[in-house]
Design a protein around this ligand. Sequence first.
Ligand code: SAM
Ligand code: SF4
Length: 473
Amino acid sequence: MKFTPEIYKIPDVPMQSFIDIDEIWDYINNTASTPERVQEVIAKSLGKNRLNLEEVAVLINAGDEESINAIKEGARELKQRIYGNRIVLFAPLYVGNKCSNNCTYCGFKASNKEAVRKTLTHEELIQEIEALEDIGQKRLILVYGEHAQYSPEFIAETVRVAYSVKKGNGEIRRVNINAAPLDIEGFRTVKEAGIGTFQVFQETYHREAYKTYHLRGKKADYDYRLTSLDRAQEAGLDDVGIGALFGLYDWRFEVMGLVRHTNHLEACYNVGPHTISFPRIKDASMLNMGTKYFVSDEDFTRLVAILRLAVPYTGMILTAREPQHLRDELIQFGVSQIDGGTKIELGSYHEKEANKDLKKGQFRINDDRPLNQIIDELLDQNMLPSFCTSCYRAGRTGEHFMEFSVPGFIKRFCTPNAILTLAEYLEDYAPEHTAKKGWKVIENNMAEVDEKMKEKLRERLEQVKKGVRDLYF
Ligand code: SAM
Ligand code: SF4
């Protein structure tokens, strides 16, 4: 996929800062938005084109109800056209919460003496992964504080452990990472361990605001963080995830920042981010910060729809930070990945006692439904919960561009693989009522499979029923 370069005030140079605060505000403050212009921009997005900053500002500035509804409907249509009924499931696994930074918003900040500090031992890591495999998880994101102990070698070792643990029919087939930014050599080290996506959230793209939340530690360096995924690219790690923590600064600015980051990566490396995350600040131990920029549910829904339209090719992640009713709604607007059965207190997947102590987690989650309940409820909506990891393992790198730009790709690969991984789940982990429902949903979704693939898929489904695992196209 070739991207059309755009010219902004700060030119796109690899490993150099690219955010011009005045330019972004200029777009927000001086872009007119009429219902007609909003329709034009939505049409451009439905034509599978990423939007530029001026066009995103048109959507952000849409004030009338009709335009806001049109944006949501546009996002809904784009999601249906490009991503179909699939929704990818994963689980976060917190490996260590020691941290030398002091991010105002985070329960793991160094100054929080209330926080119970812990790094999983080798044995505990294995127990956690076994517990995750026992409920059917196949995709993880490993999460770490920023601490000298969590070196690239340490991270790589935890990734190798995750891949090595096999319990029953369980195995982890994709490990993503959310950790502090690394240098080029460090990114190389974790890439070699076979990671999927490396996520680094900029938190806020506004340099001055950033300073106020990150007074000490390595994270105080705005530019080092902003260019971290450039270093990943330089290391050959082209599968990266960006994000902003909503509530630190004006949401409109952050949406523009995420799009500017996207076009920077496209311009320098001809590859956009694999995923975009948009966490909102949640309650945390010793959280003490102003609420001026906190984002209402209404604005949040709107900004998710805008992001969907702005970057049609990118996966969008919505975590259990958000409550069920919002997650259900936002899946319809183009969220493509959610976590399920989430527990964020260190060691809590394998510990018998429920552990929801704020002092032990990074923040409070708002959707603690078990994985099977989430799957069951997705099936009620005829959605296809998917544990697919096929592209990345079949060497089809840049898969999100293929889903997006190769005609028929979803019907040939994504839907059949979603069906195969769901079938495995139904056979190995689902209670009877979910299994029954699941097989019906698989049948319903057969219509979405390429005609030439259907017969092969049916054969493979028979094999899954006979106990063969890890079949994919
Ligand atoms: N320590 C690494 C770092 O800061 O990049 C790893 C990421 S941190 C464990 C994961 C993300 O959680 C942060 O990047 C931040 O966006 C988010 N986060 C921190 N505190 C939060 C809170 N109170 N509510 C919601 N999200 C929060
Ligand atoms: Fe540490 Fe990350 Fe929390 Fe900041 S967000 S205090 S770096 S764990």
